[in-house]
Design a protein around this ligand. Structure first.
Ligand SMILES: C[S@@+](CC[C@H](N)C(=O)[O-])C[C@H]1O[C@@H](n2cnc3c(N)ncnc32)[C@H](O)[C@@H]1O
Length: 268
């Protein structure tokens, strides 16, 4: 008997790939070719440059086990796998295309050490790893895809060893004022949609601590204070913010928001 649960779960896990193909057809130009994908990231963003400001030798102790959550095509894992202090890496992502097709090619291109890596096709939570099993969790440009930050951070806290660290990378949380303006604009938009009786099956939405800005891919905008509050609520300590000084996007149009990429290093 075929299990509907398995099928439904697989479909839900494949959602990122389906949406990329259907909603962002331009991504097909690079989504099957490792070099084109790297070129695309390097051309559009400062992700690669921004992670260089981290003192990895200091953060990652000797013989560390690392989890790269929402690893995507795996460029950060490839970079980290070259560090001598990294013993093993679990690369976790929901996109079959990224982790099965592109990740091995990316490791080749970037001289990564695939022997240190275990690739897992899965969702952010629950993380099916033992408690106190991991030295370092990195989550690069991905935490804003979680629909429940608290659930995710509690899971990360659970799998980290007592002296483990969480490194949140390449995010651009909003300032208090920017988030306030965004929320007001959102209210006005909802109001006009209501009076004009507009129907949309998927739409942006606002909750107390973030705004779902891309209902297809699940991107969320959130204020910095909210992230720090949730980190503390989930018992993370010594939260250090690192401003990479690199703007998020390389090319931006006039008036387009272009805040710096920031990182947060937190201790369990
Ligand atoms: C913007 S990409 C960042 C990828 C990569 N870390 C990087 O820096 O290039 C976000 C990634 O999160 C993954 N993702 C989104 N929602 C997820 C979920 N619920 N569970 C697991 N991965 C998810 C996507 O498949 C995608 O690879």
């Amino acid at each position: 008997m075929e299990s509907w649960i398995n099928k439904q779960t697989n479909l839900s896990i494949s959602r990122f790939d389906i949406v990329m193909d259907e909603v962002y057809p331009n991504s097909k130009k690079y989504s099957k070719d490792a070099q084109l994908f790297i070129d695309h990231i390097k051309e559009k963003t400062n992700y690669f440059e921004a992670v260089e400001v981290i003192n990895w030798e200091k953060i990652i102790p000797r013989s560390s086990s690392v989890v790269d959550l929402g690893c995507g095509i795996g460029w950060l894992s490839a970079y980290l796998s070259r560090l001598k202090n990294v013993k093993s890496i679990f690369c976790i992502d929901s996109s079959k295309n990224y982790i099965k097709n592109l990740l091995p090619m990316i490791f080749k291109k970037m001289n990564g050490n695939l022997k240190k890596v275990k690739v897992i096709e899965g969702l952010f939570y629950p993380i099916i790893l033992d408690e106190n099993s991991t030295d370092i969790v990195v989550i690069c440009a991905s935490i804003h895809h979680a629909d429940d930050f608290e659930h995710l951070l509690k899971e990360i806290h659970r799998i980290l060893k007592s002296d483990g660290k969480l490194v949140i990378l390449n995010e651009d949380p909003r300032s208090y004022f920017n988030y306030l303006i965004m929320s007001l604009k959102f209210f006005i938009k909802v109001f006009f949609h209501l009076i004009s009786k507009k129907f949309k099956s998927t739409s942006q939405c606002l909750n107390y601590s973030n705004i779902l800005t891309d209902p297809d891919l699940g991107d969320r905008a959130y204020p910095e204070w909210a992230l720090i509050k949730i980190l503390k609520l989930c018992s993370f300590k010594n939260i250090t913010k690192i401003d990479s000084k690199y703007p998020h996007n390389k090319k931006t149009k006039y008036f387009e928001r272009n805040s710096n990429l920031v990182h947060f290093v937190c201790e369990k």
